[in-house]
Design a protein around this ligand. Structure first.
Ligand code: FES
Length: 106
């Protein structure tokens, strides 16, 4: 199972193994990672799963869809490396992925 590192806005890290096929959001929920609430359950309708993806991983992620982009535009402090963690599906290609939660999501 790929290891995913979740980093909060203060720099505290938690690395967990997430099963292939789950989303980065689901991995966070199952492991009580603070800062990822996922209020809409992965429906791309809340942006409470917003994360910043470390640059070296951006190319390995699927293309961002219009619906995700629209939701990120409404999120707190969107950046060019913003993604919705409910749209990132874990696979072996993402071994070592690091995502950081925004300051407002604590
Ligand atoms: S869980 Fe609501 S947009 Fe990702």
């Amino acid at each position: 199972m790929p290891k995913i590192t979740y980093i909060d806005s203060s720099g505290n890290k938690k690395t967990i193994e997430v099963q292939d096929g789950l989303t980065v959001m689901e991995g966070a929920i199952q492991n009580n990672i603070p800062g990822i609430d996922a209020d809409c359950g992965g429906g791309m309708a809340c942006a409470t799963c917003h994360v910043y993806v470390k640059d070296k991983w951006l190319d390995k992620l699927s293309e961002i869809e219009d619906g995700e982009r629209d939701m990120i535009d409404m999120a707190f402090e969107p950046k060019k490396n913003s993604r919705l963690s409910c749209q990132i599906i874990v696979s072996s290609e993402l071994e070592g992925l690091e995502v950081t939660t925004p300051k407002k999501q604590t």
